[in-house]
Ligand binder design. Structure first.
Ligand SMILES: Nc1ncnc2c1ncn2[C@@H]1O[C@H](COP(=O)(O)OP(=O)(O)OP(=O)(O)O)[C@@H](O)[C@H]1O
Length: 242
């Protein structure tokens, strides 16, 4: 499902945090939203998930407007927020079942989809474990499983590797890429860590609330003459400050 953000703007009081942000996400592709701390990534996610009310612009999912058909858009959207949002005292399965109920799945459907997701996220052996006893990487997988229960077309992940060690970061990144390939999910992965971005990814560079670029990592380097994505990102954001 194609996704299009049109001219999104947002202010906290009078302070502009996002300005004229427009982009498209291609169906079934992995996109990285790359920006330093304070660039506006979480604010953009807040708007896309309706935690914040749109002030300017719109988001279209398969042609449906977030402004005019919010419920229809939300059905196609799964999200993993920056901060862990699981109930630590409930088991993995209980967390998933509760979420399935919120999405209106019947008990039978809920059971079936929870089993499927646990299997896919390699969490079966932890199904009865209270989330509090899981490590950070496994907790993130539970959150991904939960976000996918209602079969969204677009998965948003806001700095999902925050607090994970290097190996767990790489594993989670690889895991989401696999989901993307296997299921045709459109993914938007927000990060300030360039090492989480591959040259063939679609990369959107957000800096001080403005989208400076939106193209593949390789094209980005070519157009800006950088030897690496890191060098290109540094050049771009330095230029934007100057
Ligand atoms: N509730 C708020 N009230 C006022 N300003 C805010 C609020 N939340 C965020 N901001 C400001 O908006 C700007 C963008 O913040 P945002 O959290 O969206 O950036 P980010 O790219 O997600 O950063 P990080 O990587 O640190 O999470 C920052 O200058 C921040 O200080």
């Amino acid at each position: 499902m194609n996704v299009e953000a049109r001219d999104i703007g947002y202010r906290y009081r009078r302070h502009p945090v996002l300005q004229e942000v427009s982009f498209t996400l291609a169906s079934g592709r992995f996109h990285a939203l790359l920006g330093p701390n304070g660039a506006g990534k979480s604010t953009l996610f807040g708007l896309m998930t309706r935690l914040l009310a749109l002030q300017q612009g719109d988001l279209l999912l398969g042609g449906r407007s977030l402004k005019r058909q919010p419920a229809a858009v939300m059905r196609y959207l799964g999200v993993v927020f920056q901060h862990n949002a699981l109930d630590l005292d409930l088991s993995v399965t209980q967390n998933l079942r509760y979420h399935a109920a919120l999405h209106g799945l019947s008990p039978r459907q809920a059971r079936q989809r929870c089993d499927e997701e646990l299997e896919r996220q390699q969490l079966v052996e932890h199904s009865r474990t209270p989330v509090r006893r899981l490590n950070g990487g496994h907790r993130r997988r539970v959150e991904i499983a939960r976000a996918l229960l209602h079969r969204p077309a677009l998965l948003l992940l806001d700095e999902p590797t925050a607090g994970l060690d290097l190996d767990s970061r790489a594993a989670l990144n690889a895991h989401v890429r696999e989901l993307c390939r296997e299921r045709g999910l459109t993914v938007l992965w927000a990060t300030h860590l360039i090492e989480e971005v591959a040259p063939q990814d679609q990369v959107m560079v957000l800096h001080r609330g403005r989208l400076l670029a939106a193209e593949s990592g390789e094209a980005l380097c070519r157009h800006h003459g950088g030897a690496s994505l890191t060098e290109t990102f540094n050049t771009l954001t330095r230029e934007a400050v100057a």
